[in-house]
Design a protein around this ligand. Structure first.
Ligand code: PEP
Length: 241
């Protein structure tokens, strides 16, 4: 049985007081066991999140470059020094807003692995690709190219672009079908690959994903900003496990 992996992506949507409020709420709850709860805070708050009980630490981004003259960038080794175990790469917001290509995403993931981090490689189709019926081909190709040259220590997050922050989550069946397609496409290189779902997950709908075949966990944005809500999502996943 794979331990469900539940990652909170706080994006740039929380300030220091918010992190402190989350910490107070989270640490007052019973320890979250049987689930790997992971928090991806904005980089300046990574050390604050180390004060949370029973969580692993994840960064939201990493440089594709080695240490050196790259003003404003954060290397994979620096993230390891700060206690990170995971790093998100290729989130659709960065693909869209920072122009990150599959090749850049693969390079970032490679740097992460070289430093001992597990990359969480995000893939997902925009709404027009889903409407045209090409979602499986698009996503599996994106996954293959974004993971080129990587070793097996990775996680894929399937996040349909139309589901992120829209309130319109994929159905459990749609998500499950895509997870199985991703696993089938990558099974030669990564027979034990974990694939997690992201896109408008909430306490009310999370069981539809955690109970579904092929879904090994969740990547949660908006609903992870409150300790109560994120704890309930983790507790639901624990029930499913
Ligand atoms: C995300 O940005 O990774 C995400 C899944 O966001 P939300 O849960 O808010 O849709």
């Amino acid at each position: 049985m794979i331990t469900p992996l539940i990652i909170a992506n706080w994006k740039m949507a929380i300030d220091r007081d918010g992190v402190k409020a989350f910490k107070a709420g989270w640490n007052s709850k019973p320890p979250m066991e049987s689930v790997e709860a992971v928090i991806a805070p904005p980089a300046p708050y990574l050390s604050l999140v180390q004060e949370l009980t029973h969580v692993s630490l994840c960064a939201q981004n990493v440089s594709e470059n080695d240490m050196g003259a790259h003003t404003g960038e954060i290397s994979a080794e620096m993230l390891t020094d700060l206690g990170c175990q995971y790093v998100i790469v290729g989130h659709s917001e960065r693909r869209q807003n920072q122009g990150e290509t599959n090749a850049i995403v693969a390079q970032k993931a490679k740097r992460a692995q070289m430093a001992g981090l597990t990359p969480v490689v995000c893939v997902g189709e925009p709404s027009q690709i889903r409407a045209s019926g090409d979602a499986v081909a698009y996503v599996t190709q994106q996954a293959l190219t974004s993971c080129e040259g990587l070793s097996a220590d990775l996680v894929i997050a399937y996040e349909p672009v139309w589901a992120i922050g829209s309130g319109e989550a994929a159905s459990g069946n749609v998500a499950s079908a895509m997870h199985l397609e991703i696993k089938a496409a990558l099974t030669d290189q990564y027979p034990e690959l974990r694939v997690i779902y992201g896109g408008s997950v909430k306490p009310e709908n999370c069981a539809a994903f955690t109970m579904a075949e092929g879904i090994d966990g969740l990547l949660v944005g908006g609903a992870s900003l409150s300790a109560e809500s994120f704890w309930n999502i983790c507790a639901s996943a624990k029930g499913a496990g």
